[in-house]
Design a protein around this ligand. Structure first.
Ligand SMILES: Nc1nc2c(c(=O)[nH]1)N[C@H]1C(S)=C(S)[C@@H](COP(=O)(O)OP(=O)(O)OC[C@H]3O[C@@H](n4cnc5c(=O)[nH]c(N)nc54)[C@H](O)[C@@H]3O)O[C@H]1N2
Ligand SMILES: Nc1nc2c(c(=O)[nH]1)N[C@H]1C(S)=C(S)[C@@H](COP(=O)(O)OP(=O)(O)OC[C@H]3O[C@@H](n4cnc5c(=O)[nH]c(N)nc54)[C@H](O)[C@@H]3O)O[C@H]1N2
Ligand SMILES: [Mo]
Length: 773
């Protein structure tokens, strides 16, 4: 495991987000990654009509506009791929896996791009080169040896293209299982499972154009300055137009306070900035459900008052009558809810809740956006329902300038789901897939991420294939996940860079290096484009621009096709033909999925096309044919309450979050500059009053243990205490260092997402020897 060995400083940040600071860091990154020559040019082709889709995040770009959309983290993602550093067979010959395990995640990332397919050799504890065909044969042998296809699990991280992902799911279903754990299970699953019940489809209803018309934006549980920097450009425009922006977040994230746009020379030259949010509401962790319910309660009260006064109604009664079901039961539940309970549960005063309700009802066109602060809790699905309820009350779904805007993470995570990376596929999708390709797909639901780990631990899953990602570090309960992976017969990763998942491996193990999205992909003598779908359902093509990191890389699509070919043969599908011409895969997608008509033609249009989202058009594809209001009570039996019943107020609720210099498990550098943390990652943010209550001082180090009911000891050691403006009883630290604290069984209801933003923990003063380190 990673050992704590950092020296750093804590220094509050007083500047606006982005601005010159971002440019400086971009330069540092390019130099550090030794990005040179032609590959610099790649950066400027990001999100342009003939360029590639930024591998950074799923925020859409302005129709692949002609101006270079500057984004510090996009540059970091590209620079990390364009690095000139290499992990070659010679590197592996020098290091045993045991030695590499001693390195930090940051050090592993710094070695650079993988160049050749490698296979694990248990005699030497080293990876050694393997020919591509032998690697495919090894995978096929393992898969074909299993008693049952459900003994294999097929992970996807959301960077894979529509083409690679579609082919992957086709192969896996023909092989015979729906075991598709994916990063989405840990991310926006609550959105994907929550919204279909209320509005019929698990996607957002807005496009970028709606941001131009919105007058009110409510930003729930998101840190866009770090995770979706291009979103700040949009929010800046909204703020300049006079739109009201509210941040609902236990932390006052810097980027939502002031932003200096690197796209606007005047703002840069005059060192000025734009104020983004006008109101900050700081609920306690997981308090959003009660907060939103409180706002909805107030909206009903205001509506009652409007009736009394004979004024215009606050509820959009016409919309509600024509388009929705269940308002009466919902309103009755709101009326019965106690203000005291709502205040206590949300950690927000009634006055602030009423203020937020006032802002909401003053808005004629309201957009609500949300991220991981909403989706990684036990009650995430009810919270998503509550957001949807609130928006339905005033008809804020399906009209210009208003709507639901879940902000996705990985750049093609939404597209992956669309094209079939789904462990719970609909029967209609399976019927059509089976008809088009002439086979009977497996009908049983497959395993998600948490279930996959459980099934490995029980010995039921023996083979793990990963299309990207870093399963070992992204998942909860790190030591148990390690045990799970190590119990496999085979672990295989299609990957660009070395990460810990390659070191925590099965009896046999393969590392298959692949082209990144920024790299030219020639197949059958022709440069191939791949397609992706962003957070707002725009589907567009992306062409790599730079020279591949090694001659021995294969594209993801080609690797998947070859694995399928080796495992299943070509009776039903000519896999290799598709690997030579990705347009054929797009034709397949067109046959299997609605909305992709003339796929190959429509992606020629700059900016691509919008994939229809029925709820955006007020076409409610729910069981009732209407948009549904959902009633949910405040949950009183929660892990945090149970932990407090045992240990009292010393129990802290931990959120695990991202620093500025990381991309999920990829650690680019050790700063989190907007939060004032430099040169280190093992820090924990605590309210000063809690430090007093616990008898600690800022600058001391603590160990953290989880309060859970299964007798398993969970700990993460040596975190520096940092005083922070965070609600009482709540603390924050970075992921993945804190993943050992997240119990595998601590998941969201319905969505089964690890509750990465609410873990009951205790802090303990470090043993002196560790504290001195
Ligand atoms: N540079 C960079 N970009 C990224 C990523 C990255 O790691 N680095 N990751 C990508 C991925 S996969 C994803 S999913 C997104 C993630 O992007 P975000 O959704 O922004 O995810 P986090 O950084 O985990 O933090 C979420 C925010 O939620 C707040 N929060 C925590 N708990 C609560 C709560 O209970 N209520 C409320 N209201 N707020 C809360 C935190 O203070 C934080 O500001 O970003 C994507 N983009
Ligand atoms: N405690 C805690 N845990 C969390 C979260 C949290 O907030 N807290 N967030 C969760 C979320 S939102 C997510 S999305 C998951 C992320 O889970 P993953 O998607 O599994 O993790 P990443 O760190 O994004 O994966 C990084 C690796 O992907 C590989 N890679 C990069 N680019 C490419 C490419 O183009 N092709 C291929 N094949 N491989 C590539 C590289 O080897 C790199 O090391 O983590 C989740 N885990
Ligand atoms: Mo994510």
């Amino acid at each position: 495991m990673e050992k704590p060995k950092e020296k750093g400083r804590i220094e509050p940040y007083h500047h606006p987000a982005a601005g010159w600071g971002a440019l400086k860091y971009v330069a540092i990154n390019l130099i550090k990654e030794k990005v040179s020559g032609g590959n610099y040019r790649a950066l400027f082709k990001q999100n342009q009509p003939d360029g590639f889709d930024c591998p950074g995040c799923a925020w859409p770009d302005r129709q692949h506009a002609s101006t270079f959309e500057f984004c510090e983290n996009g540059v970091k993602a590209v620079a990390a791929e364009a690095t000139t550093k290499r992990v070659t067979p010679a590197f592996f010959a020098e290091h045993t896996v045991e030695e590499l395990m001693q390195q930090t995640d940051y050090e592993l990332e710094q070695h650079g791009r993988l160049t050749d397919p490698m296979v694990y050799d248990s005699l030497t504890d080293k990876y050694k080169p393997i020919a591509w065909d032998d690697a495919y044969r090894l995978i096929a042998t393992h898969l074909n040896q299993l008693d049952n296809p459900d003994q294999a699990a097929f992970y996807t991280s959301g960077r894979a293209s529509n083409e690679a992902a579609f082919l992957y799911q086709l192969f896996v279903r023909m092989y015979g299982t729906n075991n598709f754990p994916d990063c989405s299970n840990m991310c926006h699953e609550a959105t994907s499972r929550g919204l279909p019940t209320t509005v019929g489809i698990g996607k957002g209803t807005v496009t970028l154009d709606d941001f131009e018309h919105a007058d009110t934006l409510l930003i729930f549980g998101q840190n866009p300055a770090t995770n979706h920097p291009r979103m700040l450009g949009e929010l800046r425009e909204c703020a300049k137009r006079g739109a009201t922006i509210v941040s609902i977040n236990p932390l006052r994230e810097r980027g939502l306070e002031r932003f200096s746009s690197p796209q606007h020379p005047l703002e840069m030259l005059t060192m000025s900035s734009t104020k983004i949010a006008s109101t900050f509401i700081q609920p306690r962790l997981g308090g959003d459900f009660a907060l939103i319910k409180g706002v909805a309660k107030r909206v009903v009260e205001l509506d009652d008052e409007s009736i009394e006064r004979g004024e215009e109604r606050i509820l959009d009664v016409e919309f509600i009558k024509e388009h929705t079901l269940g308002l009466e039961a919902f309103a009755a539940d709101l009326r019965a809810e106690s203000w005291l309970a709502l205040e206590e549960e949300s950690g927000v005063s009634r006055e602030e809740i009423e203020n937020l309700a006032r802002i909401y009802v003053n808005g004629k066109r309201v957009i609500v956006t949300w991220g991981m602060g909403i989706t990684q809790h036990k009650h995430s699905v009810p919270t998503v329902h509550m957001l949807s309820n609130l928006m339905l009350m005033r008809g804020n779904i399906g009209r210009e300038g208003a709507g639901l805007c879940p902000v996705r993470g990985h750049s093609n995570v939404q597209g992956n789901r669309t094209v079939g990376i789904e462990e719970k596929p609909s029967q209609a999708f399976l019927d059509r897939l089976g008809n088009v390709f002439g086979f009977e797909p497996p009908r049983e639901h497959g395993l998600d991420v948490v279930e996959t780990i459980e099934h490995m631990l029980e010995g039921h899953v023996k083979v793990f294939l990963g299309l990207g990602g870093n399963f070992a570090m992204a998942t909860p309960d790190t030591p148990r996940t390690f045990d799970a992976l190590r119990s496999c017969n085979l672990t295989m990763h299609i990957t660009t860079k070395l990460n810990r998942s390659h070191l925590v491996h099965g009896r046999d193990a393969l590392i298959l290096p692949t082209l990144g999205r920024t790299e030219i992909d020639i197949q059958g003598g022709v440069s191939q484009g791949i397609t992706v779908e962003d957070s707002m359902s725009m589907v567009h093509i992306s062409y790599g621009m730079s020279i591949p990191a090694s001659k021995n890389l294969m594209s993801e699509t080609a690797i998947v096709a070859n694995i399928a070919h080796a495992t299943l043969g070509d009776d039903k599908v000519d896999w290799l033909e598709r690997a030579r011409n990705y347009a054929l895969i797009r034709d397949d997608i067109e046959q299997v999925l609605d909305g992709f008509e003339n796929y190959n033609e429509r992606i020629k249009h700059p900016g691509g096309f919008h994939l229809r989202v029925a709820s955006r058009e007020r076409d409610w594809q729910t069981a009732t044919g209407k948009a549904n209001f959902m009633v949910h009570k405040i949950e009183t039996d929660t892990p945090i309450r149970r932990a407090k019943a045992l240990h009292g107020e010393r129990v802290m609720t931990l959120m695990t979050t991202r620093s500025h210099d990381q991309y999920n498990t990829t650690i680019y550098a050790l700063d989190d500059r907007y939060r004032g943390v430099f040169g280190q990652r093992r820090v924990v943010f605590v309210n000063p009053a809690d430090l007093d209550m616990l008898g600690f001082k800022a600058g001391e180090r603590v160990d953290m243990t989880t309060v859970w009911d299964d007798g398993i000891d969970r700990r993460a050691d040596s975190f520096l205490l940092v005083e922070y403006d965070i609600p009482r009883g709540c603390i924050g630290a970075y992921y993945p260092e804190t993943n050992p604290l997240v119990p595998l069984s601590s998941v969201g209801d319905v969505c089964n997402t690890p509750t990465s933003k609410s873990i009951p923990v205790l802090l303990h003063r470090c043993a002196p020897s560790v504290a001195a380190a």
